[in-house]
Design a protein. Sequence first.
Length: 381
Amino acid sequence: MKDLSQIREQIDRIDANISELLLERMEVSREVAAYKRATGKPIYDATRERANIDAASSRVPAELSSYAAVIQSVLMEASRETQYRELGRQSATADAIDDALCSAPAMFPRTAHVACQGVEGAYQQIAVDRMFRRHTLSYFDTFEAVFSAVEKGEADFGVLPIENSTAGSVNHVYDLMMRHDFYIVRSCRLKIDHNLLVKPGVAKQDVRIIYSHQQAINQCADYIAAIPNCRVHVCENTAKAAEMVAHSERSDVAALASRSCASLYGLDIADSAVQDNKNNYTRFACIAKDLVIYPGAERSSLMAVINHQPGALYNVLARFYALDINLVKLESRPIPDRDFEFMFYFDIECPAAAPEFRMLMNSLSDVCEEFRYLGSYTEVM
C-alpha cells in the first residue's frame, strides 16, 4: 500500500497536469476566436456545446457523469469568455452596464419625486425617508400604479416592498416585475414593528375587529389568534388601516400599523411590537425608468426563464459557482398563461464593476430561454 504522502504527490501531479491542459485549452480557444473573426461565425454554438457535454458524461462511469458534465460546462464557458475577450465582443446587457458605469453620477440623489403605494404613515413612506434626505411623495392605491408612474415619468423613483423576513416575498410585486420595464437603483432593509392601534381610551380586550395589510396580518398571526372573538379585515396597506380606524364610528376596531400612524391619526398604542417574530425586517426596492448604477453598487437582481428540462437550473447555478459569485436569493414564480413554466428571480452579491459580473452577464443568455437584468444597487439599513 502506498503511503498517504505518496498518494497526495500523485494527486498534485495530476492537478498540475489539469492546470497545464486548461492553459492549452484556452490557447486553442484563442485560435477558434481568430477563425470566427475571419469567418463571422457566432461565438456561441449551442449544438456543439451540448454534444461536448454529453460526450464528457459518456466517457466516465455513471456515478461520475454529472461531475464530468459540470467540468465540461465550465470549460466551455471559460472558452466562450476567452473568445469574447479576444474579439472584443460582449452581450448587449454587458454593454449597457458598461455605459451605465461610465456615466454613473457621483452619488445617489438626495432629493427626488417618489411614488409609493398607500397613504401617509405607511411603511413604504418610512423606507422613502430612509433612502432620500428630502423628497416629495405621490401616493397611489396599487403597486401597479407605482410602476406605471415611474414608466410614464410621473415620478423619478418608485419604492415598493419586495420581501419580508417572516412572511417571505411580496408575490404581487414580483408578478408585476414581469410586466413592467424598470431598474432597481437602491434597496432598503427596514425593521418592522407592528403596533395595535386603537381609539383613545379603548383597551386591547375590547377589540373585536382588526384592520391591516395581509403581510402584517401574516406576521402577527399568533398574536391575533390570542385575542378572543376577533375578526380580521384586509386593507391595501397598514396606514390605510389606521386611517379607517380613526374614521370609524365603532370603538371596538383596531389596526396593525407603524408607531408613526398613532400620532398621525390620533390613535393610542394598545400594544407595541406585536409581530410574532421580533426580528422582523422588510426589504424595499427603489426603482427607476432608466438604468443608472450609483457608486458602491454591490448587489444585483436578475430575472430568467429557464428551459424546462433536467439540469437546466443547475447549468445556471453552475455559472455563479464557477465565477465565485454569492447567490443571496432565488425565487420562482409561475408565468401567467404558460402551464408549468416558471420565472426565476436571483439576487447576487458582486460589485457591478467586477470582471466576474461582466462574465456572468455575457454567459447567462446562453443557458436561459429568456434573461433580464434588473439593475445593480446598494442596500441601505
